[in-house]
Design a protein around this ligand. Sequence first.
Ligand code: 3Y8
Ligand code: NAP
Length: 248
Amino acid sequence: MRHILLLGGTTEASALATALAERGECAVLSYAGRTEAPRAQAIPTRVGGFGGIEGLADHMTREGVTHLVDATHPFAARISANAIAAAELAGVKLLAMTRPAWDACAGDRWIRVADTAEAVAALGSEAARIFLALGRQTIGDFADAAQHFYLLRFVDAAEVPALPRHHLVVDRGPFTLAGELALLREHRIEVIVAKNAGGAGARAKLDAARELGLPVVMIDRPFIPDRPQVESVAAVLDWLDHGVVRGV
Ligand code: 3Y8
Ligand code: NAP
């Protein structure tokens, strides 16, 4: 009897959890515990870190995990690197389920940068009105550029002393084009800063930016070591049944 540990926190992870439940698989979805009320899932969940590579390997051995599926966000680079090493250590089969990066298309005004430091530099020194669509964890990286007005969007309410000129919206995605257009117009946004997350859940702001002719400072994904990976629920289920990635 196989036992699947699914590292979650994305739209795709939730869809996979539903498919696993429908097949009656023995599976658990894992959250880091970053949000106060994570979405309920169709399979049992666990919340909290494992305690690094060894902690994750020990957890999988203790729980009798046979398959590890990493369906975390492309910017969750640490847990993904830990998953590769822990799966090796514990002798557990590993597969990543990710989604393609977004590509700029006609009408997009993207400024591609490698990280938040380059994003700060790309904003320049003259005060502007910025939609900082990065969530909460990297806010501190913009503290030295406090001359700008920042529209922020977090999943949970929080104080933001680092950025005195800000307006905080508390909302979780997925987001809509109409909602993003209204938000950008209401706050007279001039530039958007985004992570190249891929997927459908956060892409509406890019479509809204194109419609309004706004530039987007697009942060490229961090490095994640090589691992077997697929881009669909069907491909994960096929891997579970056949033990290899068959490109379905
Ligand atoms: C805790 C689980 C689902 C998954 C939904 C996806 C879509 C909505 C879009 C913007 C960008 C951002 C942020 C975002 C999106 C989905 C997906 C996605 C971006 C939840 C969730 C958890 C988190 C953690 C949270 C981070 C933050 C990032 C907000 C649940 C809702 C900005 C990433 O306060 C904090 O500490 C928040 C931290 C990591 C990035 C950051 O640095 O602040 N996600 N997001 C997961 C855990 O504990 O393991 O609460 O239900 C999941 C989702 N967030 O099943 O419906 O699939 O990408 N999440 C980014 O992409 O830039 C919002 O506002 O435009
Ligand atoms: P990260 O920086 O890659 O990981 C930092 C530490 O958090 C890990 O070493 C691990 O702690 C713990 N952790 C991360 N994801 C976990 C999970 N799914 N289950 C158990 N522990 C986890 O992680 P992150 O970028 O903060 O992302 C945290 C969660 O939010 C993930 O579920 C991710 O899918 C989701 N998310 C992140 C983003 C983003 O922009 N980063 C966007 C949307 C959703 P230990 O070392 O103690 O095991």
